[in-house]
Design a protein around this ligand. Structure first.
Ligand code: ADP
Length: 484
């Protein structure tokens, strides 16, 4: 764990009811840049998940009754601690996940920004008074925390995906049980260490780490004390977990897969579009759910755009995320590399051409940043979420045709478009069946904005004033006899 100054941040066991748990069994966490063993982590399962839910249940009522300003102050202290340890948290994140250190620092700041945002929102959970239908009645609406929240999050943003669920849950007055991905448990555990340091009461924030995801997942979706389940991950797993939640009619938030179109019209500022695409496609080596997956380029500018992209991609530094100058780190596993290679090979067999593919380090799970031309919307690389640094360019001629192609996907998370025609910007943005549309911009996520999808990309929103609603129940109070 080279370079981590505060060694207490390196925690290797689950955190339940304010205690670090001993475990009989362990699992390995390895650095995807070189395969080196980082930690042997205590392997928790269903029993520990159950203990965490029960501890959360015990802690939640007092937390809900705590004045919002006090909850907000604790969240702000947690936020400040995250930023005070940004460097260490980022290093830990890069070691277990692989992304370049600068991106990891960005992720810590991004995760912390949700804690700040929801600390600020916690004191603004307003209700309503509604004009009653008769003189004897009064109609009031209050908002109350849903209760105990279970969450499961993926390895691609090991800090932020979890923190941006925990922050609104705690702000609303809920208690939280997290299950991070077994590939990247250390970032979540480090954040639990900081929660403990700032004095978050025991049981409100629990982290259960283990390799038996189905067993832990069953508890977090079906335990009677769980009132809400929030998931980020693949659509296939999300559907399974939604079905499990249906049994107990649990509230859910689902942030699932994407297949983002990135549309470049012939009136676009091509250099700005290249800059946006580099961010939207190659950040985290293409392993984000909002990564542009299908790049539609108007045929009038297709060749010029492809040339610019190939030369920009050739300049990307590939290597260990901790090394100076790295912009593309390893993928999470060899399986991930093989999956990307298979999609590229299928597309080449279907007639696409490969342009720009640099050499990569021999050890570690690397895939070279790659540009594919001559791609169609029917090819495998367009139908599947690539989750790797591959940019497929699809030519188009007509606005309505590109809208139809962009919408021809089961997914509906993020979409991007580049155009300087204001009418087109509105027409296309409104017609895209996506939860988020970025116009002349490659990075769309921030704490002030509602992040989330439609169709098979899920439901619920993270961030913004809407984000708190996912953790609040509406209660209607009907007051009668008010005319006497
Ligand atoms: P990815 O392909 O990104 O790993 P997954 O949806 O498989 O996407 O994983 C996201 C999270 O879901 C991880 O924390 C993983 O451990 C968890 N997970 C995977 N399968 C299950 C399951 N059957 N039940 C509960 N959690 C699961």
């Amino acid at each position: 764990m080279q370079g981590i100054l505060d060694k207490q941040l390196i925690r290797k066991t689950s955190f339940i009811n304010g205690q670090w748990q001993d475990a009989a069994d362990t699992f390995e966490v390895r650095n995807p840049a070189n395969g080196q063993l980082l930690a042997e982590v205590g392997n928790a399962g269903a029993d520990e998940a159950t203990a965490a839910v029960e501890a959360a249940y015990q802690a939640q009522k007092a937390w809900a009754a705590t004045p919002a300003a006090q909850r907000a102050a604790l969240l702000m202290a947690w936020h400040d601690a995250m930023l005070a340890h940004q460097e260490d948290l980022a290093r830990l994140l890069t070691l277990e996940q692989g992304k370049p250190l600068a991106e990891a620092k960005g992720e810590i700041a991004y995760g912390a920004s949700y804690v700040k945002w929801f600390a600020e929102e916690a004191v603004r959970v307003y209700g309503d008074t509604i004009p009653a239908p008769s003189a004897d009645k009064r109609v009031l609406v209050v908002k109350q925390p849903v209760g105990v929240v279970g969450s499961i999050t993926p390895w691609n943003f090991p800090n932020a995906m979890m923190v941006r669920k925990a922050a609104p849950a705690l702000a609303a007055g809920c208690a939280f049980v997290a299950k991070p991905a077994a590939e990247t448990p250390l970032s979540a555990l480090a954040v639990a260490e900081l929660a403990q340091r700032v004095g978050l009461p025991a049981g409100l924030f629990n982290v259960v780490v283990g390799t038996d995801a189905p067993a832990i997942g069953k508890v977090l979706t079906q335990h009677p004390h769980i009132r809400k389940f929030s998931f980020t991950g693949s659509t296939a797993t999300g559907k399974r977990l939604l079905a499990q939640c249906a049994e107990g009619v649990k509230r859910t938030s689902m942030e699932l897969g994407g297949n983002a179109p990135f549309i470049v019209f012939d009136d676009a500022d091509l250099d700005a579009a290249i800059t946006g695409l580099l961010a939207a496609k190659f950040r985290n080596a293409g392993q984000t759910c909002v990564c542009s997956n299908r790049i539609f380029v108007h045929s009038k500018v297709y060749d010029a755009f492809a040339d610019k992209l190939v030369s920009a991609v050739a300049g990307l530094g590939i290597g260990d995320g901790l090394a100076e100058g790295t912009q593309i780190g390893p993928l999470i596993s060899q399986g991930a590399v093989d999956k990307v290679a298979e999609l590229v090979n299928q597309s080449l067999a279907q007639g696409a051409q490969c342009r720009g593919s640099a050499p990569v380090p021999t050890e570690g799970h690397y895939y070279p940043p790659t540009v594919l031309t001559g791609v169609s919307n029917a090819m495998a690389v367009s139908r599947n979420e690539i989750f790797g640094p591959v940019a497929p360019l699809i030519p188009f001629d007509d606005e309505s045709d590109v809208i139809a192609q962009a919408n021809d996907s089961e997914y509906g998370l993020a979409a991007y478009l580049y155009s300087r025609d204001i009418g087109r910007v509105f027409r296309v943005s409104e017609a895209l069946e996506y939860g988020m549309v970025a116009v002349n911009e490659g990075i769309l996520s921030n704490a002030a904005a509602p992040f989330g999808g439609v169709k098979a990309s899920g439901h619920g929103r993270e961030g913004s004033r809407y984000g708190l609603d996912d953790y609040l129940d509406i209660k209607y109070l009907c007051l009668g006899g008010m005319d006497k």
